[in-house]
Write a protein that binds this ligand. Structure first.
Ligand code: GLY
Length: 315
């Protein structure tokens, strides 16, 4: 396994820690940190605030408002939020609401269910007072029209989609992990999913144990990249269960990446990446291929880092 020597994750961080995916993770971290500064705010508030900040940014084409649509031109959003197996909620294929992370939190807090999808999730969001909005920006529509043109020129849907793939460009799901100074954990993630996906496709992000898993006694992990790779190995559950067995977070991520490489035989350019953190403040970031970045925020640090482990080359 190739490793790069970024900031060491060997030491524990004593205060609050926020860890988010990709360059827009810094936007998420800033919003999460501000939430933590507010009286009474807890780890879930910070996670929600972090995801919402990226969901609201029209420049981010893989999350929330401005996300690229499915093959039919419809923007469908997935998100999940979690602080324990008893406290988690998600939405998938949510249309017309810009903040799926907040709807996911409401699923967790107000229903006995874990996951609501499509029309049912939208009815629930309306009942809960969320405001609908057209999510397809002019820029996203233009990208979709280019995709359709490529597709109509005879490229396979897979090839046409991969020409316009945000994950291949170096960003995807926003994942946010928060570890409070007292050891409490929470996590969330939010995405518009694979660009130009088949209508109805759901990736890893809204599914507990795939895109996100949090066990308050053990650790939290969040995934980003091609959801099919992460879902096929229950990636974040695998990482947290490795940590439960005594594996360090970085090695636990490495094992999940190796499992993906061995079991899924990823196509060229297919990316998968993970972040993990433990209640005692150990953290790690790793990816299948180069290009992934993790945003770290602590009392003393506000930075963007390459992953500490990258399994494969840039092919
Ligand atoms: N990781 C986001 C997705 O594949 O939908």
């Amino acid at each position: 396994m190739a490793t790069s020597n970024a900031l060491s994750s060997d030491g524990t961080i004593a205060g609050h820690l926020v860890l988010s995916t990709w360059h827009f993770g810094r936007t998420a971290n800033r919003a999460a940190w501000e939430a933590l500064a507010r009286a009474e705010a807890d780890a879930l508030d910070a996670v929600e605030a972090g995801c919402r900040a990226v969901e609201a940014d029209p420049e981010v084409t893989s999350v929330g408002y401005g996300g690229l649509p499915d093959a039919a031109g419809e923007v469908t959003l997935d998100a999940v939020i979690m602080e324990s197996p008893a406290r988690c909620g998600g939405v998938a294929c949510l249309r017309g609401f810009p903040h799926p992370i907040s709807v996911a939190r409401r699923v967790m807090e107000k229903t006995p269910h874990v996951l609501l999808v499509a029309a049912g999730a939208e009815t629930f969001a309306l009942q809960e007072g969320f405001t609908p909005r057209d999510l397809l920006t002019p820029a996203a529509r233009k990208r979709w029209e280019e995709y359709r043109r490529d597709h109509q020129r005879g490229q396979s849907p897979e090839h046409a989609a991969s020409n316009h793939d945000p994950a291949a460009e170096g960003h995807d799901t926003v994942g946010v992990l928060v570890r409070l100074a007292d050891g409490r954990l929470a996590g969330g993630c939010s995405t518009s999913g694979l660009a130009f996906k088949l209508p109805g496709r759901v990736g890893d992000s809204p599914i507990v144990g795939h895109g996100l898993y949090v066990d308050p006694d053990v650790g939290a992990a969040v995934g980003t990249g091609h959801g099919e790779l992460i879902s096929r190995v229950c990636g974040t559950f695998l990482i947290v269960e490795e940590i439960r067995r005594g594996t360090a977070p970085l090695e636990a991520i490495g094992k999940a990446l190796e499992r993906i490489a061995r079991s899924c035989r990823p196509l060229p350019r297919r990316q998968a990446a993970f972040l993990a953190v433990t209640p005692d403040g150990r953290w790690a970031a790793g990816s299948l291929r180069p290009g992934f970045q993790a945003a770290l925020r602590t009392d003393a640090i506000d930075t963007l880092l390459p992953p500490q482990t990258v399994l494969l080359g840039d092919e």
